[in-house]
Write a protein that binds this ligand. Sequence first.
Ligand code: ADP
Ligand code: ASP
Ligand code: MG
Length: 450
Amino acid sequence: MITVKKFGGTSVGSAEAFRRSADIIRSGEGNTVVVVSAMSGVTNYLISFLESGESSAAEVIDTMRVKHKEAAEEVMSPGLLKEYLEVLDLRLLSLKELLEDPDVRKDPYFNDNISSQGERLSAVTMAFVLREAGLDSVPLCSEEAGIHAVGCPGAGFADLDLTSRDLSYTLRPLLDNGKVPVITGFYGRNGEGKPMTFGRGGSDYSAAVIAHAIDADFLEIWTDVDGFMTADPRIVDNAKTIEEMNFSEAAELAYFGAKVLHPRTIEPARRKHIPVRVKNSFNPQGKGTIIHHLRAPQDELLRSVALKTDLSIITVNSSEIAYRPKMVGRIIDRIGDANVIVYAISTSLSTVAFLIHNNDVKEVLRNLNTLEGDDIERIDVKSNMCLICAVGDNLLDRCGASAEIFGKVREANANVELISEGASTVSLNFVVSMDKATPVVRALHEGFIG
Ligand code: ADP
Ligand code: ASP
Ligand code: MG
């Protein structure tokens, strides 16, 4: 039996967290492949370094060294600590050289390279912590393991076939020899061998890609809450753990904002029918959530509510656009050329409205401007919108379900700006302004989940 266990930032955020996660790994049955995120705070720090350019290379190295050394000192015995610090310093030396090399900065993958450094350091740290716990553990970065990425810098995704081919060479022999590989989450290598990250929170996806590649029996996502919940517990105090979900529900919710899973995590697992468990590393005895193909139907109207913030509605106005289907096609083509995700789309006789991230607005408008002028009368942009995703069993087959849901939205005094309904049988998605998002989520939770 092979289990891939992924530990998020807070689960490797301190000496205590490393130790707790090591206990979870040690107490598991069969072979384990470990995937780690950066220690909590590290990726944010590296990204703000890249964006602000204020810290020097020396400051970055120092911050990284102190954070990892402090954790290691508490967990490792002197002999192992010495060995660990030698490896850490070698890694930090190559990071320093990278940060000081003016040519490397021009590389389009420079940001991906730097922002993934936290995972490279935490993988080494976790492997040494596991050695301290008596396991024969080997750290592997994504390049060594053979996780292949395609796509664009900062928004890559895995080439599942190539990754499966390579991991069978790199991981199988290690597992056959009783070793515990610890692999960096968050990124893969592209065709030129350059690091390409999978977007924020991408370590969940890395773990799913690895589970898919080696035909794992289970994928476990170890995080800081008791599983996949009925809402983000940071927004809804009494959010409850959902014990069982199917792949579609979890995928919809993750895509539409439930941060507990990276949006692309489910697909690789679903393809190989690998059950996914979401568990709390701070409460390993808790049941957590199991996500798999089929589950018993539930009576309640809603099972969970997610929200996706910082979105914009772009409305293209053009007379009788509905009678010019090619025009609609060309608008969609232009958005596709901008390579952005469209979260919802809606049409009328003379408008096409679509929902994209605030950050993508400029690029999309630039592309729409290349459409011939006489076709488009006006483009309106409404920014700072929020998409609410309500998921429930056969939601759309229940007579009056939408009316009940929108009744609660009204109680929260929110105006519905756009609706996307019917595309999926398990979810109802609609847009409200950002300031109404929290009251709406709370009203829906209180009204239908409790
Ligand atoms: P990790 O570092 O372990 O990957 P993340 O911070 O990425 O952890 O994801 C866990 C967080 O996701 C939780 O602390 C919680 O605030 C947030 N979250 C949002 N929606 C949900 C949900 N439906 N269920 C559980 N957690 C959620
Ligand atoms: N460390 C990365 C991030 O903070 C990836 C992850 O945590 O999954 O986005
Ligand atoms: Mg995460």
